[in-house]
Design a protein. Sequence first.
Length: 558
Amino acid sequence: MVTSHSSVLSGTPVVPGIVLAPVHVVRTEVDPLALAAFERRGFEHPEDALAAYEAAATAVADGYARRAETASGAAASVLSASAGLARDKGLRVAVEKHLRAGEGLVASVGAAVEQFATLFSGMGGLMAERVTDLRDIERRVLAHLAGEPEPGVDVPEGTSVLVAADLAPSDTAALDPARVVALVTERGGPTSHTAIIARQLGIPCLVGVAGATGIAPGTLVLVDGQAGIVDLEPGPDAAARADADLARRQAVAAWTGPGRTADGHPVALLANVADGSSARDAAAGQVEGVGLFRTELCFLDRREEPAVAEQADVYAEVLAPFAGRGHVVVRTLDAGSDKPIAFATHEGEENPALGVRGLRLAADNPGLLERQLDAIAIAAERTGADTWVMAPMVATVQEAADFAALVRARGLKPGVMVEVPAAALMAHRMLEVVDFLSIGTNDLTQYAMAADRLATDLAHLTDPWQSAVLQLIAITAEAGRTAGKPVGICGEAAADPLLAPVLVGLGITSLSMAPAAVPAVGARLGSVTAGLCDGAAEAALGALSPAQGREAVAKILE
């Protein structure tokens, strides 16, 4: 639970690190007086207002697309998705509906965005994360209409801690980590876009910090990204703590791999990628392969299923950079009502997070899975890459067995994701029919704790340090150890340098994360022995709360 007392604000830690710097509070709203003046002028005909909206939305979409071209990794992916959302025909139709009902353009845009925001929030998962993107699109479109500059993050000279109610990908994608040394937001959770991009930038980050925007601009604060606090009255040792942490991060920058503990226990450090561009960026770094290739992100804006040949071309772009240097784990289409893809979405569900998504779509779309597997097999043969394939949202051993048969028939290595608690509890049986397991901690945590992982007020429950979640991971890892088969982690938990030794102690054999997070995790593992990892795992499992677990593990490792 987010709390605040005296001179300390608390929230959910996302990226560890300690910095001492002045606060820069960001407010990204459009001038209300300019909007009011624009609305008063109005338009003679709804068609004229709609044309103005279309021009503004196109300009905003083009701006996102330009920024995506110069960004990389997660930032490029989310900016491209925002460009597609700004051009969305459904949003345009909603704006037109309100215009023809006699509402002004500003009010119509606001009502349309609110309609979609409510819809996305109810869907949960990836779509709920896009509510922040919607709000950002609204602000930028309104700024264009009113003749105002698009809102953005104005970073002052020197270093600063960036504080905001929330940050859109367009706000964070181009940040310079040499100037913005930490991020603190009032909203968001451990898997929000702000959190993901902060990991890519490698700067300390806290989310869900109530009252953060009330900090006076220029206030010198100590941000502790491991303890999850913002100290508004840092003590005399604050500068020394920040300097010591800077030295630690410099040591991280010097890490060159491979992933292993101080006494030589190997732990494969892999990358999460979404397309050929992010795969090439990852291959240029220190990763040992790909632990998660999200195939659905290539097709979010497609109206029709791509042909097998087209899919094979896309997949080959990801596989090629890793031919001869580690394996690539391809996740089959993880679509559904929370990740709507026009050619593969089961609509009208009352509870999408528990509905037809992931592997369950195969029953509703005959041939869809088989054609994707054909394309993956073609790409694997073309590139010579060691290709593993896993299915998302698997709940039963029979589902795993049926999927494995399809994969093996194409000469590929089958596995499944462990996101549903039932799969963790049946991991030993799953490994009788598949060759590997990959734990998706983001969904496993929300299903185990019965808490929406994007709900700020439930962030204390959707924390992978929860003992119940760690116990499910331990059960799964033990099944892998008994079967002699690999069990990896591909959720955001893998990028936590303090949690990584715990996961290794539980028996995890690989960790997959944003490539920028690999050096910090690798350096941490290289500083501890396998025995210390075992002790850290035991301490975390026995903790009564995530905070107690972090504190206990930190004492053991440091």
